[in-house]
Design a protein around this ligand. Structure first.
Ligand code: HEC
Length: 127
């Protein structure tokens, strides 16, 4: 009995530690996309028409209200309320949202890997 209780306590402590690590990663600004260009990403956001559905700070054309506004995206904890907001997950999402969350309302637009990395760099820079 006592061992079982100790197990629960250890599991709880580990869970709490995992959560606070996540928070620390966000604050230390670790969401840098190596080798990607936020400026190019901004141009690609215009080219792919993301702004037809999203409001995106810094992109004049992006005033859409179909999808969620991408304000402060670099500070968000999740993508579509499902994936943790890491550069890899965000790149995967932009490249193929229908693979990441089948049936959601964002279409897969044919964005290439490099373009998605640039767009990720731009969105993660939105503090
Ligand atoms: C036809 C409309 C549409 C277009 C075009 C579109 N999206 Fe989306 N997007 C959505 C919808 C709807 C969601 C919400 C999905 C969900 O949560 O189920 C979404 C979700 C997202 C999310 C996660 C938002 C959050 O709050 O978690 C990001 C990031 C995103 N889109 C980026 C982009 C980018 C970058 C482009 C252009 C390459 C783009 N979207 C083009 C409709 C669109």
């Amino acid at each position: 009995m006592r061992f079982a209780l100790a197990g629960i306590v250890v599991a709880t402590v580990l869970a709490v530690a995992a959560c606070s690590n996540e928070g620390g990663a966000v604050q230390s600004g670790s969401r840098v996309v190596r080798g990607a260009s936020p400026e190019a990403g901004k141009a690609q956001i215009v080219r792919y028409g993301c702004g037809a559905c999203h409001t995106i700070p810094g992109v004049k054309e992006a005033k859409g209200l179909v999808g969620p506004p991408l304000i402060h995206f670099g500070k968000r904890g999740t993508i579509a309320g499902f994936w943790s907001n890491t550069p890899d997950h965000l790149t995967d999402w932009i490249q193929d949202p229908q693979h990441m969350l089948p049936g959601n309302d964002m279409p897969t637009l044919g964005v290439t890997r490099n373009e998605a990395r640039n767009i990720t760099a731009y969105l993660e820079s939105l503090q």
